[in-house]
Design a protein around this ligand. Structure first.
Ligand code: ATP
Ligand code: MG
Length: 346
């Protein structure tokens, strides 16, 4: 597909933001990103990654991974995995991911992708694996009896996810930046040891690289602090009603001293496409009640067309899309694994 070529401008370390299109537009990117089927997608996914996927799908070859094997990195059992996969795919369709343009596939259906983990693990040290800040954060929130080996090695598994299709652009939230760095490290070391096979991918963060949940921590599927894209109007209203605020009447946007209020203003701002500060000015002395009313209306208005599109698709659609995506992703993985074996002399 798109191996590194001498004509391609060299990629620098770090990540791209939304607006930086000039250099990117000159390149023929392969986009890879994905989600764990651990529960319904939420607004953090939308503003961190999904909006970029929808925007990029018209221009570039794109793969979206349902990371089912990674569900068991931070819990002992995979839970309602089939149900979660179906819901995840419905969420994709609801936000406008078009399966005619995007290859949607799952880890467990692509053995050749998973096999890349083996040579890749040989390229990183145990010390490098154990100082990954996102892994540390996830260990702190894990529901496992004991921290598993998979927890420490899953960033290398993500390197396999990105490199199996020679991905060059990875639309993700901020928590994923250390993992994209691991991927770059793996690609660089592989190329140094065995010859040029892989491009060095770059992360691309969305409008809101780290949306906070209703408890002030990272909005996460597994932490009970998220507004799901599939939540009903009433569920959304109930979640926002429960959000913590303070007793000051004058609403201001002050992320340091009033993080809970600032977070709600950020949410409304993202949904309305407005600056949080302007929204605060508009509410003025309305207090927490007026703030929550405005946020609820903004979120519900934003989610209305997403909910409508979600209802237009069936489980039959999901099965068909996944079967086709798995087949196409597998064809890609077979080619890359072949190149890796050749390069290594196996
Ligand atoms: P879990 O709690 O099960 O880990 P999650 O909500 O963290 O779920 P993931 O499937 O781990 O979701 O992440 C999928 C993608 O969404 C990643 O690119 C991640 O960076 C992005 N993402 C997740 N949460 C947020 C958030 N709060 N803000 C911005 N991006 C996010
Ligand atoms: Mg996560």
């Amino acid at each position: 597909m798109h191996g590194p070529s001498p004509r391609r401008p060299p990629m620098r370390a770090g990540s791209l933001r939304d607006g930086m299109t000039s250099r990117r537009d000159r390149m023929n990117h392969v986009v890879l990103t994905g989600d764990r089927p651990t529960g319904p997608l939420h607004l953090g996914h939308y503003f961190g990654s999904l909006a970029n996927r929808v925007r990029l799908q018209d221009t570039y070859e794109m793969y979206v991974l349902i990371a089912d094997y990674q569900v068991i990195t931070d819990r002992d059992l995979p839970g309602s995995i089939q149900r979660n996969i179906t819901e995840l795919l419905l969420d994709y369709l609801a936000v406008g991911i078009d399966p005619a343009k995007v290859i949607v596939f799952q880890h467990s259906a692509i053995p050749e992708l998973n096999q890349l983990l083996l040579p890749f693990l040989s390229l990183v040290s145990v010390a490098e694996l154990s100082r990954n800040p996102t892994v540390k954060d996830e260990i702190a929130h894990s529901s496992q009896q004991a921290v598993s080996g998979l927890m420490y090695t899953y960033p290398v598994h993500q390197a396999a996810d990105i490199l199996f299709c020679k991905g060059t652009l990875v639309p993700v939230g901020r928590d994923q930046l250390p993992h994209v760095e691991v991927t770059r490290l793996v690609a660089r070391r592989f190329n140094e040891r065995y010859g040029e096979v892989f491009p060095l991918p770059e992360a691309m963060m969305g409008e809101q690289p780290l949306l906070k949940g209703l408890d002030g921590g990272k909005m996460s599927k597994s932490r009970g602090n998220a507004i799901a894209l599939s939540a009903t109007e009433d569920e959304t209203a109930a979640l926002i009603r429960k959000a913590r605020t303070d007793s000051e009447r004058l609403i201001t946007f002050d992320e340091t001293n009033r993080p809970e209020v600032a977070n709600l203003l950020t949410l409304a701002g993202l949904c309305l496409g407005r600056a949080p500060r302007d929204i605060a000015d508009e509410i003025g002395y309305g207090g927490a009640a007026a703030l929550k009313r405005l946020v609820t209306e903004a979120v519900n208005e934003f989610l209305r067309p997403i909910r409508k599109r979600r209802a237009e698709h069936t489980e039959g659609d999901v099965r068909r899309i996944l079967a086709e995506g798995n087949e196409r992703a597998r064809e890609r993985a077979v080619i890359t694994l072949g190149e890796v074996r050749d390069a290594m002399g196996f």
